[in-house]
Design a protein around this ligand. Structure first.
Ligand code: NAD
Length: 289
């Protein structure tokens, strides 16, 4: 397929390369010349404007920083430029309301579109092992799935437009909450004279067991290899967790959902990022606790 790919950063670069490996003709655009040069090396055809990349494309995939940029790229360069019948896939993490607004504008102009945010970081983007949570009609989902399968290990239909973003922020809000809870428990165990490994051995087979403890332990040397074993480098950056928590708090407000723990997690990550720790893995929050 001829696929336009817009946004070739940390995530999009590897995703576009995987579409090339799957045999697609990838027409790439990014504002960054370095990102374009890397995409060219990976077998993409590069363009100097998003509208040029979309011209003649059967599908458009985007992986952009935020909702404002997604809205502007789709309204200025994609909708009305891509050929009739093209399908659009926005894989960026953005707010639910903007995702729904952009999909509505696309469908008003006769295009099918899904929101398809991802779980998994840069390694999963490069390795083609992302999980996609997809919102949109059954027909749009079926078309998107064929493309997304070349970039991920799981493609799940979450329901109507915007539900991919809803799944993503609800999941990440829960992740932030259980990471903070896990860190608090390890920190208090230490103060009470309980060895971290012993606490892990007990809690990981007791009712406190959770993913932050058993798959991504914030204490170095305990549990399987995780960013804590690498001085909290790599993994999922605190700044990105904070971005997702802000989106979750925005969604909680607009949907009138009660999220007292999510709000507390957002404020704790706000403090941690504000103290200059935005680039550390989010499990480094244990340092603050
Ligand atoms: P990034 O900043 O590395 O890449 C974004 C790219 O978009 C950049 O190359 C930038 O030049 C380009 N860009 C910005 N405005 C543009 C425009 N108007 N037209 C064309 N290109 C434009 O960010 P990333 O880490 O690749 O993240 C992309 C998205 O994926 C974000 O929404 C992020 O929340 C989400 N995400 C990231 C991770 C991660 O681990 N990095 C994990 C899951 C989801």
């Amino acid at each position: 397929m001829k696929i336009a790919f817009i946004g070739l950063g940390n995530m999009g670069g590897g995703m576009a390369a995987n579409l090339v490996k799957a045999g697609h003709d990838v027409r790439a655009f990014d504002l960054s010349e370095d990102a374009l040069a890397a995409a060219k090396n990976n077998g993409c055809t590069t363009f100097t404007a998003a509208s040029e990349a979309c011209d003649g494309a059967e599908a458009v995939v985007s992986m952009l920083p935020n909702g404002e940029i997604v809205k502007s790229v789709y309204s200025n360069d994609v909708i009305g430029t891509a050929p009739e019948g093209a399908v659009f896939l926005d894989c960026s993490t953005i707010d639910v309301a903007t995702a729904r607004e952009v999909i509505e504008a696309a469908s008003g102009a006769g295009y099918e579109m899904v929101d398809a945010p991802v779980s998994g970081g840069i390694a999963a983007a490069n390795g083609g092992t992302l999980t996609f949570m997809v919102g949109g009609t059954t027909s749009a989902f079926a078309r998107a799935k064929q493309i997304l399968e070349a970039m991920g290990k799981a493609v799940i239909h979450a329901g109507d437009a915007g539900n991919g973003q809803a799944a993503k922020i609800c999941n990440n809000m829960l992740l932030a909450i259980h990471m903070i809870g896990t860190c608090e428990a390890f920190a208090m165990a230490e103060k009470l004279g309980l060895d971290a490994q012993t606490f892990f051995d007990i809690s990981s087979v007791s009712s406190g067991q959770n993913w932050s403890m058993t798959s991504y332990c914030p204490v170095p040397g305990v549990g399987p290899q995780s960013p804590s074993d690498n001085d909290y480098q790599g993994g999922f950056a605190t700044a990105l967790m904070l971005k997702d928590l802000r989106l979750a708090m925005e969604a909680a407000e607009t949907s009138d959902a009660a999220t007292p723990m999510g709000a507390r997690a957002a404020s704790i990550y706000e403090d941690f990022a504000g103290a200059g720790n935005g680039s550390l893995d989010f499990s480094a929050i244990i340092k603050m606790l």
